[in-house]
Design a protein around this ligand. Structure first.
Ligand SMILES: Cc1ncc(COP(=O)(O)OP(=O)(O)O)c(N)n1
Ligand SMILES: Cc1nc(C(=O)O)sc1CCOP(=O)(O)O
Ligand SMILES: [Mg+2]
Length: 520
């Protein structure tokens, strides 16, 4: 059977070959392909961008050189589609990558066409000189990429009808000067706005993960401006004649809270990035592509920052989270839930694995009533549909369940989505995916859920999350009155427990014991 590469994938391989040539490498390998994949306006580039990975970062890390603009590859002529076996023959060092790409493409398209996103998947699934670096970037993995293109596969791109002919208008010297002035002003706006947001992330939120993302956006700005030319920008600068400096809107002075201030600056930087992208196209396609990447990264950042701030407010009183399961409770989960609510629990999860949907619905409605009366938050485990049906405040999903984006479509923007995480990469990704809180574990051995020895994340994972993530998170797994102090010492400020309360003869007493430890 023939396995063809799409035009985008073929161009990426051609560019990888040129990069390897320009970098004086002996063979075209995964580093060159990764850099090439980040270059195109392709699916792979979009995915890399969504994970905050820009081409310039790859080039810098692997000391690679882009070919000159005149460099051409026969693979750029896409009239003759490349067959997989030909690609393997031409790029022996990419054999495994190409085979992995084929395997993934075979699952999603018929006839099989290997696109740039499949090549990226192949790079992520294959050991090579790129592996350590990609691991150190944290947020990107084969799993996270698979989730992205699963959702992309649902949308079939249609050709867009246009009823006019494209034409290019030659730029005059004064057009160019005005373009440079616009870029200069927008770049300054972007730089200043980024600085304000960064200061908020560092000094108010104190979030190392999001601060890192923001910093990499600032570096991207510097890279993009190198393509535009710093001298041309300075030469075009003319502050005295800039009518904009005299205009200030009343809203500029209207910042009722820190949150408003950050929101306003996040909007400001996105707008500036859009101006840079549009005007940048007139000067340098490379710069425009980086500005576009920055704009997307800023959307993700905005979502994560605002979710973090609002979840911190909404979960302010929630130090102790009860996961209630009928089969763990001495006297049924009803009494355990009511007693622990009376003793001060502010958030309860219904975690029933064995009830029929009908019984779960009835049980859920009862627990909804009790939690509402107590003014507590109710979360449904695993089932976004039932969370909506019983009007729960949210849903909790694990790594193998529906991704946040899909859950959000079911439960809407108002409800919490909690995500279980078992390592720091998953925790970082869940923040960017839009989770409202995280489960962080397993902290200790537990009989409530099966984990292999190797899966115990332990207190080290708790410490890692404490050091860099400020989205609310709950340490979970085997926590009891004896080991809670160690969890708090490791940096947790919230914990989730099940058996220690459910299994207790007097759930209310155990709840009070645990809550008292938070007050110390
Ligand atoms: C707060 C919290 N954290 C983690 C989990 C575990 O969720 P998951 O991995 O989906 O496993 P199950 O609970 O569904 O068995 C949780 N439920 N709550
Ligand atoms: C349901 C669950 N999820 C975990 C995770 O690490 O994601 S640990 C866990 C069990 C929590 O119950 P207990 O307090 O009885 O150990
Ligand atoms: Mg689950």
């Amino acid at each position: 059977m023939q396995h063809l590469l799409t035009a985008g994938a073929q161009r990426a391989l051609g560019l990888a070959e040129l990069i390897s040539g320009a970098s004086e490498a002996e063979a075209t390998d995964s580093r060159h392909l990764l850099a090439a994949l980040a270059h195109e306006e392709s699916r792979a580039a979009e995915i890399l961008l969504a994970h905050q990975i820009a081409q310039a970062m790859i080039l810098q890390e692997f000391e690679l050189t882009l070919p000159g603009t005149e460099a051409e590859s026969d693979l750029f002529a896409t009239q003759v589609p490349l067959e997989l076996s030909q690609a393997i023959q031409r790029f022996p060092a990419l054999r495994d990558v190409l085979n992995q790409a084929l395997e993934q493409a075979s699952q999603t398209s018929l006839p099989v066409e290997i696109g740039s996103e499949h090549l990226l998947w192949g790079v992520l699934k294959t050991e090579g000189p790129h592996t350590q670096w990609l691991l150190s970037q944290g947020a990107i993995s084969a799993d996270s990429v698979e989730a992205t293109f699963q959702s992309q596969n649902q949308h079939v791109a249609e050709p867009i009808d246009v009823d006019f002919a494209f034409r290019t208008v030659p730029a005059t010297v004064s057009d160019q000067t005005n373009t440079f002035r616009t870029i200069d002003a927008a770049a300054n706006r972007l730089r200043e706005g980024l600085r304000v947001v960064e200061d908020f992330l560092r000094f108010t939120l104190d979030d190392a993960h999001l601060t890192r993302l923001l910093k990499s956006t600032r570096h991207q700005l510097t890279e993009a401006l190198q393509f535009i030319g710093q001298e041309s920008l300075i030469a075009s600068r003319d502050t005295l004649q800039d009518v904009g400096t005299a205009i200030s809107s009343t809203s500029e002075f209207d910042r009722p809270s820190l949150e408003h201030l950050v929101k306003a600056n996040l909007k400001r930087v996105q707008e500036a990035a859009r101006t840079l992208e549009e005007f940048g196209k007139l000067i340098s396609v490379e710069a425009a592509a980086i500005f576009k990447q920055m704009r997307y990264a800023l959307y993700t950042l905005e979502k994560s920052v605002l979710t973090c701030v609002s979840s911190q407010h909404r979960l302010e009183d929630c130090q102790l989270y009860l996961l209630a399961s009928e089969n763990l409770c001495h006297h049924g989960s009803g009494p355990a839930i009511r007693e622990s609510l009376a003793a001060g629990v502010r958030i309860v999860q219904i975690r029933e694995k064995e009830l029929s949907d009908r019984r779960l619905l009835e049980h859920g409605r009862r627990v909804r009533k009790w939690t509402r009366e107590a003014g507590a938050i109710l979360i449904m485990n695993d089932r976004p549909d039932l969370a909506v049906a019983i009007d729960a405040d949210g849903v909790h999903v694990g790594q193998d369940e529906l991704p946040v984006r899909e859950v959000r479509q079911i439960v809407g923007s108002r409800r919490f989505i909690g995500v279980s995480t078992h390592n720091i990469e998953q925790a970082r990704q869940a923040v960017l995916d839009g989770a409202d809180y995280l489960g962080v574990g397993p902290t200790f051995t537990t009989a409530t859920k099966n984990f292999t020895e190797a899966e115990y994340a332990g207190l080290d994972f708790v410490k890692q999350v404490a050091a860099e993530i400020t989205l609310p998170w709950f340490a979970i797994g085997g926590i009891n009155a004896d080991n809670l102090s160690a969890v708090l010492e490791a940096g947790a400020t919230r914990v989730a427990v099940s058996s220690v309360i459910c299994n207790h003869e007097h759930p209310g007493e155990m709840t009070r014991d645990l809550l008292e430890q938070f007050a110390r």
